[in-house]
Design a protein around this ligand. Structure first.
Ligand SMILES: [Zn+2]
Length: 125
């Protein structure tokens, strides 16, 4: 981390020095003035650049989270067609009603999902 910061500072200083030297040779302003201006411009640029990168990374992460949540809600089950009793591979989305057309007889089936509870029994020692 510290070595990265040091590397960045050295690189910024190097770029500032080169540009400042060129501008100093061609204009009336001093090298120190150009160096300060170049350094400030670079820091401002990297500040905004980092903000933009952070913003897009956040956006991407949020999108991935939404996709993950969608994936959690999706499950595939093997279920028999009500008409021909043959097995179908059906995708289930618990956030909406589920229907499927049988791949064997093309009958439209509506999935009836029922939830029941079972009390967990404890075994006494
Ligand atoms: Zn069928």
């Amino acid at each position: 981390m510290i070595s990265q910061i040091l590397k960045s500072v050295i690189l910024v200083s190097l770029v500032s020095s080169v540009i400042s030297y060129i501008l100093f040779k061609n204009t009336s302003k001093s090298f120190v003035e150009w160096f300060a201006i170049c350094t400030i411009i670079q820091f401002l640029f990297f500040y905004f650049y980092n903000n933009v990168i952070t913003f897009f990374t956040k956006l991407k992460l949020e999108k991935e989270n939404i996709e993950a949540i969608k994936l959690i809600n999706n499950n595939t089950i093997l279920i028999n067609c009500e008409s021909c009793k043959k097995i179908n591979n059906v995708k289930i989305d618990l956030s909406r009603d589920n229907e499927f057309n049988c791949t064997h007889c093309d009958t439209q089936n509506i999935l009836n999902i029922e939830y029941t509870t079972i009390a967990k029994t404890k075994i006494y020692e």
